[in-house]
Design a protein around this ligand. Structure first.
Ligand code: S3P
Length: 457
């Protein structure tokens, strides 16, 4: 059995074993490789490197705080690691212990996966530590038009900027973090490489608010725990394209994996393993389901939420109509409500498994507990309510809803509302009364209510 490890201190938080072991499993290499996390004290670093030399350990990832301190114990550095001055991957080649760095390429690939280019663009990097160095060099080598490096300790930003300018010739500026407001005005990409925003240092927030960001900027945070950092929340609010730290974690790991095993790992398996773990441990979901009575605004609010969060919008009733080639009204008339409810459950079953969607549910979806259970697997369920009078007003001239096509419309609405109330409330994770609110206000209320619960891309 070949042993792979990630070392650091602290190391408990690392999700590397989860994704590497998932890749090992997917490639059926369980009998050959195993990946673990290992807490190493600084005084034991030399000893650790000896274990790689002796073959007791086949390969390692290195994380905080050893990315630079480990270098003195290694025999050679690759071109990338030497340029960056930090190591995140160790392996043995021709009897030499080699230090390499895959953070930069990991970041570029995570951006590339989302269609974000850095060549010929202005890129602002926050931080000047190990990860910032790797990313700054990779972006400079990839022909950025201009790089700006901002760091709390300005001298460290200056030093990194100088080193990039000398070695690569890129146009680089440096300054303190305080300059961020001015600098982001005309930038294309902003990447946070500081640990501000990480679970353990959450209180020291980065002072970037939505009003400072224009919607044309792509904002990336390399912090992956939590995946929704304060910075990304602000960026979403501003309508920016956002990229969380999970992609970079996966791609830097995939390059290390390839070096140790000679195999290209399935990055989708690695990413799903991470997403599954985060969702389970943080009680997060990938979708938002809007439930509630006819006329509470599920579709309108759903559309605006999806647009704001860059999620897909799914209307259960639309899918039923498409699948059936008939309108809801016709289905009720020709096949009856019972058949309609069956179709509704079929569609909910399909939709419940998607990711990154805002799902607007027909008013009666919650009448079937199975529908609710399926939705709740991967969605935060938000109940929109409104007073009976408001619902009557909002549905006044609507003839598309078969249940309301009766002469005693207001009685029917009251009757349905009272018989369904318990089902709605039982299914809901959150309840928002829309009675006196505009669409924009409801959207904002949903956004602040679900904060931290929905794992958007
Ligand atoms: C229904 C609500 C409608 C539609 C069908 C049945 C209900 O959807 O699914 O007419 O039972 O409440 P909306 O709530 O989107 O109008």
């Amino acid at each position: 059995m070949k042993q792979l490890v990630v070392i650091g201190n602290p190391i408990k938080h690392s999700l590397s074993p989860i994704m590497h072991n998932a890749a090992i499993g997917a490639l059926k290499l369980e009998k050959m490789f195993h990946y673990e996390k290992l807490k190493v004290e600084e005084k034991d670093l030399k000893n650790f490197v000896e274990k790689i030399r002796s073959g007791e350990i086949t390969g390692a990832n290195v994380t905080i705080p050893y990315k630079t301190t480990i270098i003195k114990y290694l025999d050679v550095l690759t071109k990338e690691a030497d340029l960056i001055g930090a190591v995140n991957t160790i392996y043995k080649q021709n009897d030499k212990v080699v230090g390499h760095n895959t953070d930069g390429i990991g970041c570029l690939e995570a951006l590339g996966e989302r269609g974000v280019e850095t060549a010929e663009k202005k890129v602002v990097i926050l931080g000047a530590g190990g990860a910032a160095r790797a990313i700054a060099f990779a972006i400079a080598l990839n022909n950025a038009k201009k790089l700006v490096i901002l760091n709390r300790t300005v001298s460290k930003a200056d030093e990194l900027a100088k080193s990039i300018k000398n070695k690569i010739g890129t146009d680089v500026e440096s300054n303190g973090l305080f300059a961020v407001g001015e600098v982001v005005k005309d930038t294309d990409v902003l990447i946070n490489c500081t640990s501000l925003g990480m679970k353990t240092v959450q209180n020291k927030k980065i002072h970037i608010t939505s009003t400072m960001l224009s919607k044309n900027i792509t904002v990336m945070d390399i912090v992956y725990d939590p995946p929704q950092t304060k910075l990304l929340e602000e960026a979403k609010k501003a309508g920016c394209n956002t990229v969380n730290g999970i992609g970079m974690l996966v791609y830097q790991g995939a390059h290390s994996f390839n070096i140790w095993t000679g195999r290209k790992p399935p990055t989708n398996v690695m990413k799903n393993a991470i997403l599954w773990h985060i969702k389970k441990t943080k009680k997060m979901k990938s979708n938002i389901a809007l439930i509630g009575f006819m006329g509470v605004g599920k579709s309108a609010v759903g559309r605006s939420l999806a647009e704001k969060l860059d999620m897909n919008f799914i209307e259960i009733d639309d899918l039923i109509e498409k699948k059936n080639g008939r309108s809801i009204l016709e289905i009720f008339e020709k096949e009856g409500e019972t058949r309609f409810r069956e179709m509704e459950t079929e569609v909910v079953r399909e939709v419940a498994m998607t990711d990154n969607a805002v799902i607007s549910c027909g008013g009666g979806v919650v009448l079937n507990e199975i529908n609710v259970a399926m939705l709740k697997e991967n969605a935060i369920v938000v109940l929109l309510t409104a007073s009976s009078r408001t619902i009557q007003k909002r549905t006044l001239n609507d003839r598309t809803r078969p249940l309301l096509n009766t002469r005693k419309r207001s009685e029917k609405i009251n009757e349905l509302l009272s018989s369904r109330r318990i089902c709605y409330e039982k299914a809901a994770d959150h309840i928002i009364d829309t009675t006196s609110l505009t669409k924009k206000e409801v959207t904002e209320k949903v956004l602040s209510t679900i904060k931290g619960n929905v794992l958007w891309r």
